[in-house]
Write a protein that binds this ligand. Structure first.
Ligand code: UT7
Length: 316
């Protein structure tokens, strides 16, 4: 598999840390120093599907591929306004594509899971040549906006790639360890005349410190795994693109790998944590700024609710 094009899109509303101080017991100083976030883009009157279509269309344009040439669409998404149909089906219609589609909920690691599925399709099915992966997320609709421990962390947005047959992806590792209690959100389903059990519902619940520790240890394991699969060392890697959840998580991983800051690009200051969209958004920014050279070795690594994790080593 190789990446043929990248794209990203964001809602138009910028919410700075200062703006949060008006209704939360928080401060720009706390948020910046504990997370690296300065602002985030939030959905107001936009629909997530339109932001996703915009990111996808940019990736298609960059790849020089028409929607009709797509053979499959994978949409990585945790929540959106529809339970059914899948967001990918809505995106397919708006793009004017005609291929089969599926949604995948791998939480913040969803982009790496999507890459793995795309790689399997491309290598096993001769009639599949072009796959769109679009990660579209609105985590700001999951949190309690009175809970300063979670709502300050997130932003909405979409990142997309078009992938085709090639030999650029060298290794992908995935892991899932069931750990519901450290990061979850429950929603209530429709009542029926027969339901007797109590069903909980509410905003996102997170044990931040536990997630922090799990994030560091699992990312280090996955990153080292894909590097060793490829018979390389950390020093051979040109760019580490990590899930943008907290700059302190990224820095802890970087220091443990003993690597320079410039190998760990980040944009968390602008967007906060956009869940599975964070890595494809960052990839698109680097690509748009021509900061990726042919042959560059790139490691992608993400973690999220589940607990799901994954890393990928690819050559640009
Ligand atoms: O993609 C999924 C992922 N989620 C994550 O990656 C989250 C991983 N975890 C983290 O990023 C960090 O744990 C947080 C940023 C969530 C929290 O940072 P922390 O350094 O672990 O802070 P803490 O939870 O230990 O809280 C320290 C203090 C507490 O006050 P007390 O009890 O010491 O008086 C919190 O109530 O900071 C307080 N606090 C805040 N203060 C101002 C928590 N949130 C805020 C806030 N503003 N927004």
């Amino acid at each position: 598999m190789k990446i043929l094009g990248t794209g990203s899109a964001h809602p138009s509303k910028t919410v700075t840390n200062d703006m949060l101080e008006h209704f939360l017991d928080t401060s720009d100083e706390w948020i910046r120093t504990r997370t690296g976030i300065r602002q985030r883009q939030l959905i107001t009157d936009e629909k997530l599907e339109d932001i996703a279509v915009s990111a996808a269309q940019k990736a298609l344009d960059r790849a020089g591929i028409s929607p009709k040439d797509l053979d499959f669409i994978i949409c990585s998404n945790v929540v959106n306004e529809y339970i059914t149909p899948a967001l990918s089906c809505i995106i397919q219609g708006k793009l004017g594509a005609e291929c089969p589609c599926i949604d995948l909920n791998g939480a913040c690691a969803g982009f790496i899971y999507s890459l793995d599925i795309a790689e399997s399709y491309l290598s096993s099915k001769s009639d599949i040549n072009n796959i769109l992966i679009v990660c579209a997320e609105e985590p700001t609709r999951m949190v309690d906006w009175a809970d300063r421990g979670t709502c300050v962390l997130f932003g909405d947005g979409a990142g997309a790639v078009v992938v085709g047959k090639g030999d650029n992806v060298k290794s992908i590792r995935l892991s899932t360890t069931s750990k519901q209690e450290s990061l979850y959100q429950q929603r209530k389903l429709q009542d029926t005349p027969f339901i007797t059990k109590d069903e909980a519902h509410g905003p996102l619940v997170m044990n931040g410190q536990e997630v922090f520790k799990l994030a560091v240890s699992s990312s280090l394991r996955d990153i080292k795994g894909v590097i060793s699969d490829s018979h390389l060392t950390e020093n051979d890697v040109d760019h580490f693109l990590l899930h943008q959840a907290n700059i302190r998580i990224i820095d802890t991983i970087r220091q443990s790998l003993n690597q320079d800051k410039d190998k760990f690009p980040n944009n968390i200051d602008k967007y906060g944590n956009t869940s599975s969209a964070s890595i494809p958004i960052l990839l698109d920014e680097l690509n748009s700024r021509n900061e990726l050279r042919r042959g560059d070795k790139i490691v992608l690594s993400a973690f999220g609710a589940g607990f799901t994790t994954g890393a990928c080593l690819l050559y640009w």
